[in-house]
Structures are given as structure tokens and as C-alpha cells.
Write a protein that binds this ligand. Structure first.
Ligand code: JFZ
Length: 595
């Protein structure tokens, strides 16, 4: 628990320090726990586990292109990226006519995908309202040839399909309005009256949304700014009076949301016993980009979902329909495949809580009272899944998709489950039924190392750090706003700044030790040591590249040594700088490769 807390504090600290560059500066704080604990209102969300996010606006029509120039990354930021004036941008509405939009189809896709809620952009930073608004004429009914309110139909189609419906609303950034946040290429930030903006547009529009579309599951606020904690609380009270049941995302600001949202495409490495959501987008953008075909396969989606769920959270996956109202082919295809997997394996996802067995070389776990779900991503070579630290009395074990019992045995607190070979499922789920209460998660459990997998990963998060060494979540990006995160060990400058990994080697034999790290020019060519099994292994760091949040962070796999393990058992591995100097490297993980 201690490490989880330390990690979270460090993590929040980084975000508060504006690590997230130009786009961001949003602080993420734990929500007011009083409110988060309003158990009955939030239970549906806890159980839902899988949601669909939709970014749809005028940017969808541009598809990542402006004046013959292509943009990469967050397509919904194109107005900002290309510094398009508010006047010129508003003209896009003249030809915005999403005639292919079909509320029924979208809602059925959501249902087929197995999502339990949908959140769609009512107004993104561009300032355009995708709904009928009396507050601003810059909306889809008054400013486009389409003339209809797609949100009206979509909200009822979702309700009919049994999918909770919610709106994303950019409450502070509004590049269309002189007093809205963010547009400094048309309007001088110094002359802005944010309160005026909140009173004249933001809050009145939120009231419209909370009044005209039936019961909403969520208002997904984003990028807070310009409001004190008191004023934020006031706004929340005003809005909640309209729909006490609607949940507000953490980005309402000032730590006042109903649940925690993690940064884009980020999953915490260990369970968080609170209500939280991870958001990922299907390709490299939130809003439609025609030249972005980098879609996550259904296998990737399923494994991301299972991993998020194993840590106790929800996954909200984003898609970006185009300006005609068509959803990209691969989003439809892979979402449906995900839904098919969920039809057979949904019991291991919906209504579950985090798994009490830490991540293993074969996969992750989730749980329900009396049940532990084993999500097997990677089949062991001998088709025998080892679940260490399972002290409870097992009553039966079966494969979830066909309910067929499987054979198993226990040796102390080691549970061995025999699985059948070669099903090629992205996630084969086995259910372990046991007696008694859900046991605690053991965050100090040793990382398992066996010869059953090509590689064994010992992640930074499992390290015990000493001296100034720290565990940090580093944020970097490929394209614009395409945030990536890596948990690494940092700040090892002196021999006292050691990191210790506890591992359990299951099979004797020779293993290659590989360090995976990022190493800047200033960090390169320094010596370090690995102490394991009474042996010292020396190495010198290799330059991989610099660390900038706006650029890719390159990791190198540096093969260091061969170690012979004669006896299965518990071992420790201590890694430290040999002499005082600059930060040794940013260590992501140690790989032990059976030879
Ligand atoms: C925001 C938007 O700017 C973006 O366009 C998209 O809608 C995304 C879902 O949300 O971007 C953010 C906001 C906050 C963080 C990262 C990206 N954050 O706190 O890490």
C-alpha cells in the first residue's frame, strides 16, 4: 500500500507541475472522497467497466487537414495547431452536413461492443455546439445545413439500447469566444473575462444539456480553468440540482469530481481502491483524422480492458466518426470483435473489482466475491498457469467461455492450473472459485521468473528504492497530444541510491539479464552494478536519447550479463551507480531471459 501511495503522490505531483506541456497544465487530484463514496449513485459506474467515448465536431470534417497541410495527433486541436482564426473556423459549419449519422446504428454498435456507457462531445475546445442551443447560435441546428440535433436522437437511441448516455463538455477552453479560455491567436488573454464566459455560455449550455436530453449518466468535464474552488463548487451545486444522479468527471476541477480520471492512455501499475477511469483512444487521435489508420486491434483493446479492470478501473475507449457521420471501418470491426469476446467472458469484467493476485508473466486477475478470474494473455510453454500467493481453499476451477472444468493442484500457497493449448484467444479466462473473503493485494510479492515464457519482466513499480532513487510516471508523446506514459526508476545519482527487486525464480538455469532504460547524453557512460545471488555484474550506461515530454522517449534493451541460478527460490537484485555522478538512467524494467 505504501508504494502505491508514494507512487500516486509522485504521479500527481508531476501532473500538477505542468508536465503535460502546452495542451495541459491540468492538475489531477483525488476527488472529494465524501462525494465519491456516495455509493448508490456511482454503483452503476463501478460495475460498468467499459465505456465508449466519441469525439465529434467540426474538426471531424477537416479530418486532420487544413490548407493542404496534414496534421498528426489530436485532430480536435487542429484550430489551435494551425492557428485558424475564429472567424475562418466558423465557416466550416456552412458545409458541415453529417447526413450519414444514424443514432440507431451508433447506439447498437455501442451495445454490440459491450460498452455500458457512452460519452460524446457536446462542445469541444473549438466552441461549436453539436446540439440545439439557445445560448449560442454557433451550433449544429442554427449554423449548418444539417439543421438537426443529433444528440436528441442519440440520447434516446442509447437509452433504448440500455447504454447510459453522457456528454463531454469543454467548460473553460472555448476558442470561438473572446472570453473563453485558450484562444490567444485571436483574443488577448489579458483582456478576457472568464467569469463572463462561464455565466454567459458554459453554465447556461450545461443547463441545457442537463435539461433537454433526459437522465444523463455523466457530464465529462475537461481542462478546468478560471474558477476558484468555491466557484467550482457553486457551479456543481447549480448543475447537480438539475440532475442529482449525473456523475461529474474529475476534470470539473479543484478535486471536486465524482471519480478519478487518469491521463490519456494511462493505466496505473497497481490496483487503486477507488472509483476511476482510464481513457484511451482507438488510434492516435481523439477527433477524426483521415490519415490515421493506427487502430488498436481487438486483441489490444481486450488486453487493455482486462488490465484496467485488474487494477480496479473502467476503460473508456474513444472513437472519432468523420464529418459525414461515419464511424471508421476498423473501429466498427474491432469494437464488434471486442463485444464478441465480452459475450463469452463478460462475467470476468462487468461488476468486478481489482484482482488480488499481482500481474503475472501469463496475465492479470480480476475478482468477484468468491471468484478470482485469471486472464491468460500468454500461454506458458507447459500450459500450466502458476498463481502464487493463493492461500484460500479452492472449490472448483473452469474455463469461463465453455464452463469446462480444468485440472489443478496446490502446493502450499501456489496454485497450478492446467489449461488446454492453442486457443489463440486474446484473453483466455479461467474462474477460480474459493471459500472465504477476498484477500488483500500483496504489493510486496516477489516477481515471478520462470522458463515458461521467452522473457520475464520485472517492472520498475515493484522496486524498493533507497536514498534519492524514486519511482516516477514519465509522460512523453509521439504526435501532438498523443500522450504516453512509462513508470521508471529515476534519480539514482549515488551508490546509496539503490533499487532492490525481489524475485522468485521458479526454474533453475541460466538467465540473461537485460536492462531496459532511457539514457540521456548527460547520463551516458556511467558505471553501475547489479548484485544478485552473491555475484556482481558491472555495466556502463549507453546513450539512447533525451527526455522531453513533447517527444518519443526511446528505451534501449541493454544486455548486461548471464547469471546462473542453481536452486529455485527467492532472490534479490540490487542495482545502483558505482560512483557519484549524474542520474544513472531512467530504468523501465529488468528482463530475465531464460537461455
Ligand atoms: C483533453 C483534450 O484537450 C483532448 O482534446 C481530448 O478531448 C482529451 C480526452 O482530453 O486532453 C487532456 C486533458 C488532460 C490530460 C491530458 C489530455 N491530463 O490530465 O493528463
Amino acid at each position: 500500500m505504501q508504494t502505491i501511495k508514494a507512487f500516486l503522490i509522485v504521479f500527481l505531483f508531476i501532473l500538477n507541475n505542468g508536465h503535460n506541456l502546452d495542451a495541459q497544465g491540468t492538475a489531477k487530484k483525488s476527488p472529494d472522497t465524501e462525494k465519491a463514496k456516495d455509493a448508490s449513485k456511482i454503483q452503476w459506474f463501478r460495475d460498468a467497466k467499459f465505456g465508449l467515448f466519441i469525439h465529434w465536431g467540426l474538426y471531424s470534417k477537416l479530418g486532420g487537414e487544413w490548407n493542404g497541410k496534414r496534421y498528426y495527433g489530436s485532430g480536435e486541436w487542429i484550430m489551435n495547431q494551425a492557428k485558424i482564426s475564429a472567424k475562418e473556423y466558423a465557416r466550416i459549419a456552412n458545409d458541415f452536413n453529417p447526413v450519414d449519422f444514424n443514432a440507431e446504428k451508433w447506439a447498437l454498435l455501442a451495445k454490440d461492443a459491450g460498452v455500458k456507457y457512452m460519452v460524446i462531445t457536446a462542445k469541444h475546445h473549438e466552441g461549436f455546439s453539436m446540439f440545439d442551443s439557445k445560448v449560442s447560435r454557433f451550433n449544429i441546428v442554427d449554423a449548418t445545413p444539417y439543421k438537426k440535433d443529433p444528440m436528441k436522437e442519440l440520447s434516446s437511441a442509447c437509452r433504448r439500447a440500455g447504454v447510459k448516455f453522457g456528454f463531454y463538455y469543454s467548460q473553460f477552453l472555448d476558442w470561438h469566444e473572446p472570453d473563453g479560455g485558450g484562444n490567444d491567436w485571436d483574443f488577448d488573454e489579458k483582456n478576457k473575462d472568464y467569469q463572463q464566459y462561464y455565466q454567459q455560455k458554459s453554465i447556461p449550455q450545461l443547463k441545457e444539456l442537463l435539461t433537454n436530453y433526459g437522465p444523463l449518466g455523466i457530464i465529462w468535464f475537461d481542462m478546468p480553468g478560471g474558477l476558484s474552488k468555491e466557484r467550482t463548487a457553486l457551479m456543481i451545486d447549480t448543475l447537480k440540482a438539475l440532475q442529482p444522479g449525473a456523475l461529474f468527471s474529475s476534470r470539473v476541477g479543484n478535486g471536486l469530481g465524482d471519480y478519478i480520471d487518469f491521463g490519456d492512455s494511462e493505466t496505473p501499475p497497481t490496483p487503486i481502491n477507488d472509483v476511476w477511469e482510464a481513457i484511451y483512444t482507438h488510434n492516435d487521435t481523439w477527433g477524426y483524422i483521415k490519415h490515421d489508420m493506427n487502430f488498436k486491434s481487438s486483441k489490444e483493446i481486450i488486453q487493455i480492458l482486462a488490465n484496467v479492470v485488474s487494477k480496479g478501473g473502467n476503460l473508456m475507449l474513444n472513437i472519432g466518426p468523420d464529418g459525414n457521420g461515419d464511424i471508421p471501418y476498423y473501429s466498427i470491426k474491432f469494437l464488434k470483435e471486442t463485444g464478441n469476446w465480452l459475450k463469452e467472458n463478460g462475467e470476468s469484467i462487468y461488476g468486478t473489482t481489482y484482482g488480488f493476485i499481482p500481474a503475472q508473466p501469463w496475465g492479470v486477475t480480476s475478482s468477484k466475491p468468491g471468484k478470482l478470474f485469471l486472464h491468460v494473455f500468454e500461454e506458458p510453454l507447459n500450459y500450466r498457469v502458476l498463481v502464487p500467493g493463493f492461500k484460500e481453499k479452492v472449490t472448483k476451477i473452469y474455463k469461463l467461455s465453455n464452463k469446462m472444468p480444468v485440472t489443478w493442484y496446490k502446493k502450499g500457497s501456489d496454485l497450478f492450473v492446467n489449461i488446454s493449448p492453442g486457443t489463440h484467444s486474446p484473453d483466455q479466462v479461467f474462474v477460480v472459485e474459493y471459500e472465504g473473503k477476498k484477500p488483500a493485494y500483496d504489493s510486496s510479492a516477489a516477481t515471478m521468473v520462470t522458463t515458461q515464457f521467452k522473457e520475464n519482466y520485472i517492472d520498475a513499480i515493484s522496486a524498493k528504492v533507497s536514498g534519492n532513487a524514486a519511482i516516477n510516471s514519465l509522460t512523453f508523446s509521439h504526435y501532438f497530444g498523443d500522450w504516453k506514459h512509462a513508470v521508471c526508476i529515476t534519480d539514482q545519482r549515488n551508490p546509496e541510491d539503490g533499487v532492490l527487486f525481489n524475485i522468485r525464480v521458479e526454474d533453475k538455469g541460466d538467465y540473461k539479464i537485460i536492462l531496459e532504460y532511457a539514457c540521456s547524453g548527460a547520463s551516458a557512460n556511467q558505471e553501475g552494478s547489479i548484485e544478485m545471488n552473491g555475484q556482481y555484474f558491472l555495466f556502463r550506461t549507453l546513450h539512447s536519447g533525451e527526455f522531453n515530454a513533447g517527444e518519443p522517449l526511446m528505451f534501449m534493451q541493454h544486455s548486461i550479463a548471464v547469471v546462473g541460478i542453481k536452486k529455485p527460490g527467492y532472490y534479490s537484485m540490487l542495482i545502483k551507480p558505482l560512483k557519484p555522478g549524474n542520474e544513472l538512467f531512467k530504468l523501465k524494467r529488468v528482463i530475465l531471459q531464460p537461455i
